[in-house]
Design a protein around this ligand. Sequence first.
Ligand code: MG
Length: 373
Amino acid sequence: MRHYFETLEYQHLAPFAVKSKESQGRTHKEPLSETRTCFQRDRDRIIHSKAFRRLKHKTQVFISSYSDHSRSRLTHTIEVAQISRHLARLLKTNEDLAECIALAHDLGHTPFGHSGEAILNKLMKNHGGFEHNNQSLRIIEHIEKKYPKFSGLNLSFEVKEGLKKHYTPWTKPTTKNTFTTIEAQIANIADEIAYNNHDIDDGLSTKLLTESDLDQKVSLWKEAKAIIKKKYTNLKNQERYHLINSYLISSQIINVTTTSQATLKKNPLNSIQELQKYPNPIISFNKEMKAKNNELRQFLSSHFYRHNNVKKMNKQGKMIIQKLFEAFKNSPQLLPEKYWSSPKKTPLERIICDYIAGMTDTFAEQKYHSIYN
Ligand code: MG
């Protein structure tokens, strides 16, 4: 069966797409799967990891207990994977690899979102700092314990490189990638498409954003709203929001596809080696869409991410992490026994940092109350 999937890739994928049969392999050599390509196997390993399951109770923008319908880190991840697969298929690149990178891209996030990351980075200032992309790599290379012969998930080289490539407007990973793939570029832009659009949706449904603010300040929203208005009458607000959201995602996927195809037409790439020499990202929005996305991002930043309710949650989250860190530092026996019962090569601060970073919002809150009450 594996041979069948590998052959399909040669028949259907672009010359610059990664072919699973040509993967540069895993750090620890393992026999190949009989039924799955290396990237299909990696996807399954990520989905069956503990770090992946914990994403369900980690903050995207809202604390996981805030509302049942707002995105958690897990549902965000699933949306990124869906958009990645769609784009990868349209551009004849390796869907399985793009999906792997998307599914693993946020594994390293702390509880309480970017505010959790910021405070951990501050607390770790003299001990190597903290950054969520680097932490995603740490999880898949060291922290997950599932296999008797090695730590981590032993994922393929291209998946790990794809995670190094992943950056956002908030963070720039310090680990440099050495190998460019179109699939990593796809996962990167899929992340942007997902959060820009689901944040409008979550903002409206929690009433932290108002439609009139969006009407005045966000051209993407205004255009989508006009198109939906022309097509349908008498919609309830929730139905309308859903259709606008769906239109926004589809139009951005089409924009990335046509822009990237035009770039490839002008600069044909006949192999993955030629892609390594190409100086700019192939996968991109056109100029106009970039400008409109910037406008949207600035709007979300001032009206949503810095909304008082969100700021309050962030402040509370930071306080919990800081207090937990202090408590574990002063009394390491508060950590699970396996972390202090025998001498460790890893410094105590990094052990504490890994432990806190792995927590869900709910577990961090419980731990805090059990220590301080
Ligand atoms: Mg993300």
